[in-house]
Every structure is written in structure tokens, then in C-alpha cells.
Ligand binder design. Structure first.
Ligand code: RRO
Length: 300
């Protein structure tokens, strides 16, 4: 296996290869229900990042929740989830059976609500690391922890003492300088940052009415790839901690480009909706490439 697609580590967690999933884009429990244990035998990711959970259950946004673009997709899912208690009881035992380390994505509307969620998830032996989602474009909570460096720092100050487990801060692309948020996260004790989440978007019908039930959503897929490359490069040069890069990865060469600019690990997101085994193909293509794309090389 080429070094590019070979074993690696993220925050001390051993990974068989550098391809993980973007939170919320691959439902491992539903996949196993549909395809059986073949999903475990041929699991496409080297770590599994759960869909984001919140302290209390949420039903999510009103439909429609999806809009297709020529080179992407706008989602307005709105964080439907069983809440902490439901997750611990129903989902965690199933996710613990996956053959890879488990990273649980969490979100709350204030540092005080984040704290018990992080503590309860982190104390579970099945959980290797937590991703702090401070970047969802679809929940209008007034939460600005991911948009103001001072707020990010305050969040980390509250959460960092709660667990020695790795805390990965998921950054929003919807700010002028994601690197400033990344620096605040690092200074607050984050072990890694991940980016990009989706870019705010509002598909609109010819009569001016919004398509999405919630009015707006977040754009992902190939359309955002070069934005992700810019933001990941900026963040990589601003912090010492590892960076999980994602945004429109559909081929091995796209993953190579993110690794080539300094991402430690690459996440596959929207591509998995079209093909649940896209990440496996992307890893194979990455392996065949063997070396990072030189800076400025064309992306095919
Ligand atoms: O559930 C969602 O609507 C959602 C989340 Br939590 C997120 O982090 N990013 C996104 O595009 N959608």
C-alpha cells in the first residue's frame, strides 16, 4: 500500500487509512440493517463519525429538506436525532460494533448545555473521540461559538477539563476567517479541527419562494471543493494540531489534494449519498496515486 493511503493516526487514534466519513453523511446503522454484516466486513472508513447529537431529541426541519444543484446538494435537515439518552441507549451499542474507532459528533446551544453532553459521551469506553459541531448552518439557535474566536475559546475553556479524550472542533466555512476560529480552538485545547461544514445557501423558486421548508440550508459536494481547499490550506498554516479536511471529495485525486496541502485525514461526505462505497473507491484511487498532488497540479 502506498504511504499516502496507508495506516495513519489522528490524535493518537490508529487508523488503517486516512479516509473517514463526514458526520451525517453515512448512516452505518441503516446501512447494516439494509446490507447486513457485509457492511462491517467492507467498512469504507477508517473511523466512523456519528450524526450530530444534541442534549434533547429533535425532529429536524420541515420538508422539503434537500435540493440538488448541478454540482452539489443543499440540505436543510435540521439535526433530527434521538437526543443524548436515546443515542446512548439505542445507537451507541450498535455503533460500538463497527470495526473502526468511533467519533461522536455533539452539538448544543450554549457551553453550559454542551458540558453535560460532552461529559456523558466522553465517559463511554466505546467512544474514541468527540467532534464538537459548532458549525451547523441549519439550526437557528443564536449559537455563535463557531463564529467568534472569543466564544470558541470560552467553549473550550468549559469543555476541555471534562475529558482527556480527543476533542475535534468542526469549523464553519461561513465566516471571513476560519483560521481565526481554528487558532482559538487550538489555544483552548482542541486536539484537532475539521472543516468544511456546508456553505449557507437558499435555493429559490422562480416566484421567489424558498424551496426548502426551513428557507435555507447548506451547500456541499463538488461545488464547494475549491473553497474547502482554500480554507483547509489557511487553517493548516495557522495551527499545529491535525486538520481533518473535507469538501466535495469524489476521487482519490481530491483526497490527495487535501493531504497535499497538509490535511492529516480526509472525510468523504456527499459522495457517499450517491454511492455508499464511494469512500472505498476513493481510498483505492488514492492508493494508486501514491503521492500527493504537487501544489498547483490540476484536479481531475
Ligand atoms: O442536520 C443538519 O441539517 C446539518 C448539520 Br447538524 C451539519 O452540521 N451540517 C449540515 O449541512 N446539516
Amino acid at each position: 500500500m502506498s504511504p499516502l493511503a496507508g495506516p495513519t493516526t489522528l490524535c493518537g487514534i490508529d487508523l488503517a487509512h486516512p479516509i473517514v466519513n463526514a458526520s451525517g453523511t453515512f448512516d452505518a446503522i441503516a446501512a447494516r440493517r439494509a446490507f447486513g454484516d457485509a457492511v462491517l466486513e467492507r467498512f469504507p472508513f477508517s473511523a466512523y463519525v456519528s450524526k450530530t447529537i444534541t442534549p434533547a431529541p429533535r425532529t429536524g426541519n420541515p420538508p422539503p429538506r434537500l435540493w440538488e444543484e448541478p454540482a452539489g446538494m443543499v440540505n436543510s435537515i435540521g439535526l433530527p436525532n434521538k437526543g443524548l439518552a436515546g443515542f446512548l441507549e439505542s445507537d451507541l451499542p450498535l455503533l460500538a460494533e463497527l470495526p473502526v474507532p468511533l467519533i461522536v459528533s455533539v452539538m448544543a446551544t450554549s457551553a453550559e448545555q454542551f458540558a453535560p453532553l460532552v461529559a456523558a459521551v466522553a465517559e463511554r469506553a466505546e467512544v474514541a473521540a468527540l467532534e464538537l459541531n459548532v458549525s451547523c448552518p441549519n439550526v437557528h439557535s443564536g449559537l455563535i461559538v463557531g463564529e467568534e474566536p472569543g466564544e470558541t475559546a470560552a467553549l473550550m475553556k468549559r469543555l476541555r477539563p471534562l475529558t482527556p479524550k480527543p476533542l475535534i472542533v468542526k469549523l464553519t466555512p461561513n465566516v471571513a476567517e476560519p483560521a481565526a476560529i481554528a487558532i482559538a480552538a487550538e489555544q483552548g485545547g482542541a486536539d484537532a479541527v475539521s472543516l468544511i461544514n456546508t456553505i449557507k445557501a437558499a435555493p429559490t423558486l422562480p416566484d421567489g419562494t424558498p424551496w426548502l421548508g426551513a428557507g435555507s440550508g447548506g451547500l456541499s459536494g463538488p461545488a464547494v471543493r475549491s473553497i474547502a481547499l482554500k480554507q483547509v490550506a489557511d487553517v493548516v498554516s495557522a495551527v499545529e494540531i491535525p486538520v481533518v479536511g473535507m469538501g466535495g471529495v469524489e476521487r482519490g485525486s481530491h483526497a490527495a489534494a487535501l493531504l497535499g496541502i497538509g490535511a492529516s485525514v480526509v472525510a468523504v461526505g456527499t459522495a457517499s449519498f450517491r454511492d455508499p462505497l464511494a469512500a472505498e473507491r476513493i481510498r483505492e484511487e488514492l492508493e494508486a496515486l501514491g503521492a500527493p498532488a504537487p501544489a498547483g497540479a490540476g484536479i481531475t
